[in-house]
Design a protein around this ligand. Structure first.
Ligand SMILES: [Zn+2]
Length: 348
């Protein structure tokens, strides 16, 4: 061993964290995580299905590998009470629908064969600042999809590669980047939710059973459908933020040089169409980052990895990782006057 090598070795032993560099996400990273999530064996990750449970275990194993601290009620899993009820009439090849229950006690009133396993997957990276670490930045994506249904051209598995395995890849890769670079000042909570497609079950349960008080949440960036570039956002590597004009979050990110623009299709009401709306209605500045280009594979068996643009995804994920650092280290975003959506009506 040369002296220089020995010195480098000693330095590495002394300060491994200081030497670890934040490596950007590559197309190979994207493929490694996207392929298993969108694989036919996950059977379209329907809420409460064995395929979805398999996806949850895969995500938890990734969070463990990254070194996130588990924040569920069972390791990385936050259990969500779900049961299946038979449909009066078969619809699009389905004979039952899943429902979110008020409690696990209520789930126990269902016959065993109708109780469904369902979980959110949660991991946290504690902030480094003695004061700001009490504030939470939430980065999330839904990992459920619509499962197996009516066959189209001989394919009945709705893989959901774009919707929203692509967002899950982003959550895990942002977590990896932040965990291997300088510690963020605020605490960053990484969540993948269940049940978005069937009524935002996972987010609704999370809101009513938060592992950290919601009053400490200062920002939420959800990532939803970044698998393909959108020309209205500026093409490959560029993304848009839903409800951009409602708060100063998008402006803060754009000012930091991050390629994020306003949602160009306000008529689609994307701000209200995903998990972020549940947090926004509770007052948390919450938006969704996306590059969905209204492709016709949406909620079809053809939303599979063949449609994914890995280079584009890697670029958007790297932008999202930088955005997360801005949210974790910079001034906390605020709603603009009239920008915060109304609070939800109380549920019966
Ligand atoms: Zn989605």
């Amino acid at each position: 061993m040369t002296l220089a090598l020995r010195r480098a070795f000693a330095l590495a032993l002394l300060a491994p964290a200081a030497l670890a560099a934040q490596r950007p996400t590559t197309a190979a990273d994207v493929r490694r995580i996207l392929f298993p999530l969108a694989e036919d064996s996950m059977a379209g990750r329907m809420t409460g299905s064995p395929g979805e449970a398999m996806a949850a275990r895969f995500i938890a194993a990734e969070m463990q590998r990254i070194g996130l601290t588990p924040l569920g009620d069972s390791g990385y899993f936050q259990k969500v009470p779900v049961a299946a009820v038979p449909l009066a009439q078969t619809r699009r090849g389905r004979t039952e629908r899943v429902v979110l229950l008020k409690s696990f006690a209520e789930r126990d009133t269902f016959p065993v064969e109708r109780r469904r396993p369902s979980v959110n997957v949660l991991g946290v990276l504690e902030g480094s600042d003695p004061v700001l670490k009490d504030e939470i930045v939430l980065i999330d994506a839904h990992f459920d999809h619509v499962g197996v249904g009516q066959a189209v051209n001989g394919d009945s598995i709705y893989n959901g590669a774009d919707d929203d395995a692509s967002g899950v890849v982003a959550v895990l890769e942002i977590a990896r980047q932040l965990a291997t670079g300088p510690r963020p000042k605020r605490t960053v909570l990484f969540v993948t939710t269940t049940g978005e497609e069937v009524g935002m079950f996972g987010t609704r349960w999370f809101i009513d059973h938060p592992p950290i008080p919601l009053a400490r949440f200062v920002a939420n960036m959800e990532i939803e459908m970044i698998g393909r570039p959108d020309s209205l956002a500026g093409g490959p590597g560029k993304a848009w933020l839903t409800g951009f004009e409602r708060s100063n979050m998008g402006e803060q990110l754009a000012a930091a040089g991050i390629p994020i623009v306003a949602d160009q299709r306000p008529d689609q009401h994307f701000f209200e169409r995903s998990d972020n709306i549940v947090f926004a209605r509770r007052g948390i500045v919450a938006h969704t980052l996306s590059t969905y280009n209204l492709h016709t594979d949406y909620h079809q068996p053809t939303d599979d990895v063949r449609g994914a643009d890995f280079e584009h995804m890697a670029a958007v994920i790297n932008a999202a990782a930088r955005a997360t650092r801005v949210l974790a280290d910079g001034p906390k975003p605020e709603w603009k006057p009239g920008g915060q959506p109304a609070a939800p009506a109380p549920r019966p």
